[in-house]
Design a protein around this ligand. Sequence first.
Ligand code: NAP
Length: 290
Amino acid sequence: MVNIQQAGTFKLGNKTINRMGYGAMQLAGSGVFGPPKDKKEAIAVLQAAIESGVNHIDTSDFYGPHITNQIIREALHPYSKELALVTKVGARRNEKGEWLPAFSKPELIQAVHDNLTNLGIEQIEVVNLRAMFDAHGPAEGSIAEPLSVLAELQKEGLIHHLGVSNVTANQIEEARSIAPIVCVQNQYNLVHRRDDALIDLLAKEGIAYIPFFPLGGFTPLQSSILEEVAVSLNATVMQVALAWLLQRSANILLIPGTSSTNHLQQNLAAAELILPSEAIAKLNKIAVNI
Ligand SMILES: NC(=O)c1ccc[n+]([C@@H]2O[C@H](COP(=O)([O-])OP(=O)(O)OC[C@H]3O[C@@H](n4cnc5c(N)ncnc54)[C@H](OP(=O)(O)O)[C@@H]3O)[C@@H](O)[C@H]2O)c1
């Protein structure tokens, strides 16, 4: 069995988290909407992740909607004390599956309660506030009001820790002036490196950086350099992409998403892959070459 401990751990709030985790978004139907094609496989993916030592699962009640959390509950409840279930609020889906902001106080309260109910828990380990000022990525705008709503729910005991997602450095600073922030979840991977400076800053502050789309998301990463490096190391391109993130900074926690047990095992095995410095130097050229 793969030893995911090789990737090391990081303190997320007060839980020690294996840096190799799992993102549950791919468990919903196509376009993250509706039920999965193969529910048995979805349950098997979650159970295999836990059996391999994963203790960090990223989710949201807007995946499905509701369905992904219900599958997590069916597969894993009662949860082990070590498991950190991390969710996000701030968006909703309409009946056509379009993503819409859901930043009002009643929407945020409802979203937190929906996560608690569908996951079958009384407190969520981490809730990320997902900013939605621009569909294409982080954009400036105050998050003080919605974050204060979540901070109130934290005081009530429904949320253990808070994080932010799809945010700028200014928004992180604003959030930290309201409540402690344990993690930032933004888009980042080998070819999408806008947050390079931010990652280093957060590392100094002991805040976890959790890249979404670590494998490129809906359009998986493709690059001749990546392929060359993978062949030279007898690894897959996805494993190299994940190993690169692990070596990029110690505060990076991985949540690669997959609906397949086969892909899950391949991804977890990246915890054991050490990239030599020459390979890292080659890979670092991809961002400018693409
Ligand atoms: N905060 C946010 O706004 C936000 C946005 C997006 C995602 N997220 C979180 O981030 C997590 C990761 O993102 P993601 O799942 O969208 O993208 P990802 O991890 O970059 O890539 C997932 C895609 O790669 C494929 N894949 C996975 N492993 C593979 C392998 N070994 N070989 C070949 N293909 C493979 C998956 O297909 P298969 O199912 O066929 O393996 C899927 O199409 C999500 O699960 C979610 O929890 C957060």
